[in-house]
Design a protein around this ligand. Structure first.
Ligand SMILES: [Zn+2]
Length: 290
């Protein structure tokens, strides 16, 4: 019997799938606690309804949700389907990355990159912020650790570090320019947004920091996230992500309008940017590192 599952090319993605389910379970904790300033390590998870501490066997990714039929064992409160959905999505994402990049040190780098993007997208969707722990922490990893791994795999240091720094500058720079230009055009046209400017306040002036960093419809967190993406994917990958993110943003916006029938899209760029970067990462062509 041809047992293809144990074939060499499927073994690694299967391991990555299991690993992704576990990481997805951890991302659920990160997404819930990081914006609230809580530790992502302690204490153990509790049922939000009855505060009962969740035992380890009730916390097995996906399986516990199915076994408990989506309800708390203590009080019977419904557990949001979002938790297993995030676990399954992360698992499939990890499997796809392992399939695309094979057994290499860079595959581990891409798994960490993808996990950071998933967390950033979910937190931005829910809270309209992207924590610096993810964007700036990821930028630091992208500028220092990623080129080091590339050098270990045979890339020259000039190319590896050059691509990371050029990508971060280009990625962050382009998105900053988009936000800055949008702000200046909005002032020219006299447009106002819900919190831009704040009620009773005037538009920021060139002498104020806000003039350079506070834009309508887009947070500076998006700029930092895009700088991180540029560090990981290089300048060409940053440009490709910009295109992919625009398309992903359009698609997400249309889905949102179809679901809620509201045109004023209430989520930021973050989810679209993360989706664009993941599309570029999984693209079957070797596009970046230039
Ligand atoms: Zn409960």
């Amino acid at each position: 019997m041809p047992w293809r599952v144990l074939d060499e090319s499927y073994g690694l993605p299967l391991v990555a799938l299991a690993f992704g389910l576990l990481v997805g379970s951890f991302l659920n904790v990160v997404v819930h606690r990081l914006p609230r300033g809580e530790s992502v390590i302690r204490p153990r998870s509790r049922c939000p309804a009855c505060r009962r501490t969740i035992a380890a066997w009730e916390n097995v990714p996906l399986l516990s949700y199915l076994w408990l039929r989506g309800r708390c064992r203590g009080c019977g409160a419904r557990i949001s389907a979002r938790y297993p959905a995030v676990e399954v999505f992360t698992g499939l994402l990890f499997a796809a990355i392992a399939f695309r990049y094979g057994p290499s040190a860079m595959t581990l780098v891409w798994l960490a990159f993808a996990a950071a993007l998933v967390a950033a997208a979910l937190i931005d969707f829910e809270h309209r912020i992207i924590p610096d722990e993810i964007s700036l922490g990821g930028l630091l990893v992208g500028l220092l650790a990623v080129p080091a791994v590339r050098v270990l795999e045979g890339t020259t240091p000039q190319l590896a570090y050059g691509a990371a720094f050029a990508g971060a500058l280009l990625g962050g720079g382009i998105l900053w320019l988009v936000g800055f230009a949008h702000a200046r055009v909005s002032v020219l046209l006299g447009r106002t947004f819900e919190h831009w400017p704040e009620p009773g306040a005037s538009y920021p002036r060139p002498g104020e920091l806000d003039y350079w960093t506070w834009f309508p419809g887009m947070g500076f967190g998006d700029v930092k996230l895009f700088a991180m993406i540029g560090a990981f994917l290089g300048p060409r990958g940053a440009l490709e992500t910009l295109i992919a993110a625009s398309l992903a943003g359009l698609a997400l916006g249309l889905v949102w309008i179809a679901l809620r029938r509201r045109a004023d899209v209430p989520f930021g760029f973050g989810p679209a940017i993360a989706a664009g970067a993941l599309l570029v990462l999984l693209s079957p062509y070797r596009l970046f590192l230039i």
